[in-house]
Design a protein around this ligand. Sequence first.
Ligand code: ATP
Length: 548
Amino acid sequence: MQMESLVALCKRRGFLFQSSEIYGGLNGFWDYGPLGVLLKRNVKETWWNDNVLNHNELIQPNNAPSTYEMTGLDCTIIMHPQVWKCSGHYDLFHDFMVDCRESKKRYRYDHVLGRYVTGKKHGSEGAPSEIVKVFVTTMETENTQSALDEAALKFFGIRKKDIEVLQWEGDITSISKLTSFENVLGPDAKHIGTLTEPREFNLMFKTTIGALGGEDDYSFLRPETAQGIFVNFKNVCDSTRVRVPFGIAQVGKSFRNEITPRNFTFRSREFEQMEIEFFCHPAQSAQWYQYWRDKRFAWYTQMGLSGEKLRLREHDADELSHYSCGTADIEYAFPFLAEGEYGELEGIAHRGDFDLRSHMEGKLVKDGNALIVEKLPNGQPKHRGSGKDLSYYDDLAKERFIPHVIEPSAGADRATLAFLCEAYNVDNAPDENGKPQERVFLKFHPRLAPVKAAVFPLVKKDSMPEIAQEIYGELKREPLTASAVYDDKGAVGRRYRRQDEIGTPYCITVDGQTLQDGTVTLRDRDTLEQVRIKKDNLIAELDGRLKQ
Ligand code: ATP
């Protein structure tokens, strides 16, 4: 599938628009259109239903160490600035970036890729030509070498057919591996050596609280929803009857001032997360980690992401955060990535007691195998914790401990994008005259499809519109099919195509036979099969089919 076709469809049919488009757009920000909002809401609701509401705390699921409880929270986006100091985001949540003095552009350091190439550079204004060795660069793309070829041709001023005269050396590497940028040609530069040294760039958006706006009145837009859960751990324990093991789920906006937002909504500056913090006894945490990793992977496959494009990747030991004894990413082979590359949909991390302890004691750092409070040279804690006791007392086992945390952290926008990419299908289906014609259809899982059913009168006469409108009214009253649409414009074949293109699983047509025997046709988006159903049985039939 060509990514451009999907992006065009998303705009044309109202799934996604660039934010503030009439003012030229704002990089890294996206608006969900009328269909997009339905789709993303279905993704979030399905996630919430499958992890929180439909979870039965009386039943021990397969592979779970015990039964468990699930509950939810909805915390603020702006929190006490100390939260981010203790969580480590304030000190650590940065990327390195380089600026180009010539193009005035800014790049994420580890995303600028390049390779050494030697060639003859023609001197300008009659100056003699000279042999130059330069590290040409480009931003990570689908075909990095061809982007480098282009950059080198431009730099040396030679034509494509003469490309053989260029001598390439070494593998493609990031500029973060170089010791000097002296011979580097920036991705958008004409001259060598215009990149600055890398600088740290905090990914949190800073904001001011209140009217005065002094240095003490600032905070940040949250870069993850998780911290709201940790700082409310005690409130939830005290106000409900939950017992460890239990999980708290939250869905909400997060903000990261990403240096190079790209790949449609994959890397945005404002996005939504679906996170669970699962609190358990330290002795069982390794088993709970396995449980959540497998449960979350299975969810994506149930929702239709296919085998070879979806993978579960365990992090190597050197990739793990210092407090973690296991992290796995669920990844998807997005079509905008190069062959063999995958992009993260969700991370499942074993976080030990790092988070609760940080909010009790202050920002932690590693000391050998232990975590200790980071100190300033004067011996004071670098970032002081809340001082509140966030331990848990198990009154049955008569044991007090700081629970370990397993964190399945997913992105709602990335999941929505993966479902869109996976759903995009093209086939040759017969049109109303039986002639095969190219058909674009979105093969969403019925639970995710933005519109579940469309109702058509075959023609606008013989009381067909009245019957169709009655059916439409009934569907609108049912929560499952409340997003149903009514369409009486144009040939029925074209109406089917319009629904296929937005992924509507079922179309219902009222025709001449309806007037005689009260049946309507029910057409399946994927098989194109049409069956006749009594219109009085329609709701029950759709209910069965959509709840598969
Ligand atoms: P990446 O390495 O891609 O930047 P991350 O490892 O920093 O991601 P986490 O901090 O683990 O991401 O966040 C959890 C989830 O939130 C990610 O798996 C992803 O689905 C989502 N997410 C994170 N950053 C973004 C973003 N800039 N745009 C959209 N979704 C995001």
